[in-house]
Design a protein around this ligand. Structure first.
Ligand code: ADP
Ligand code: MG
Length: 236
């Protein structure tokens, strides 16, 4: 593939926890994992608990440096970047959605969504405008001034999705985005995430097999190893 058509590429990525610490026991969370995600593709990273999904997303998001291998995000080799440059790439190009929403409890839905724009130097007026626009896209324009505690779990996750997208990232990483939600709500939140993400590249880590309903392709991790590296699968 041409470089521009690959949004995320991992090549022979290995990560062990516990190396360099005083604890002698190490855990190999990822072993020789290689895959590519094309620009605009929606990929599910599926596997049981402990299979290495979060580790993979943290590495792609530049939150964790792998012990081995290379990680390419939007044409940049993350493993060759300084910590500061990695942070900037993350801030400017990646949106995160977490299992536990991670909303600030004292801020309204709108101010939570606007938050990523502060460190990017966007004016308050423009922040508020953009946050309102995103909240409208996730169907919460009538909940702008609500605090997280005044929202249902599904609504809180929709606020978190709006926040992940407000700075217009090319890549969206979602780690168990339905983990705290009931079945029906989770399914709707997944659909919404993919819908609002539009043309962006999306990686959804989940142990929920139903993620396949909304993804273009599924990558399977088992005990830190990729079962079908980089191939199209025709899951039922
Ligand atoms: P998943 O997200 O698929 O549940 P993780 O990436 O969180 O999997 O974990 C993969 C493996 O790495 C598991 O065996 C887990 O116990 C281990 N692990 C995860 N984080 C740490 C850590 N900070 N320290 C030590 N081991 C960890
Ligand atoms: Mg996890």
């Amino acid at each position: 593939m041409e470089p521009s058509s690959v949004a995320v590429g991992c090549e022979r990525v290995t990560h062990e926890y516990g190396t360099g610490s005083t604890v002698s026991r190490t855990v190999t969370a990822l072993r020789d994992v290689s895959f590519e995600v094309a620009t605009g593709e929606v990929v599910g990273l599926v596997g049981p608990s402990g299979s290495g999904k979060s580790t993979a997303l943290h590495i792609i998001g530049g939150l964790l440096e792998p012990n081995n291998g290379t990680v390419d995000v939007l044409g940049t080799d993350l493993t060759a970047l300084s910590g500061a440059k990695r942070t900037r790439l993350r801030r400017d190009h990646i949106g995160f959605v977490f299992q536990q929403f991670h909303l600030l409890p004292a801020l309204s839905a709108r101010d939570n969504v606007a938050l990523p724009l502060i460190e990017r130097g966007v004016s308050r007026r423009e922040r508020q405008r953009r946050a309102a626009e995103l909240l409208e896209q996730v169907g919460l324009d009538d909940r702008m001034d609500h605090l997280p505690s005044e929202l249902s779990g599904g609504e809180q996750q929709r606020v978190a999705i709006a926040r992940a997208l407000v700075a217009d990232p090319e890549v969206v990483l979602a780690d168990e985005p339905t983990g705290e939600l009931d079945t029906g709500t989770g399914a709707r939140v997944l659909e919404l995430l993919v819908d609002v993400a539009d043309e962006r590249t999306v990686l959804i880590a989940t142990h929920d097999e139903r993620a396949m309903a909304v993804t273009d392709r599924v990558l399977r991790l088992l005990d830190g190893e990729m079962r079908q590296a980089g191939q199209f699968s025709d899951e039922q």
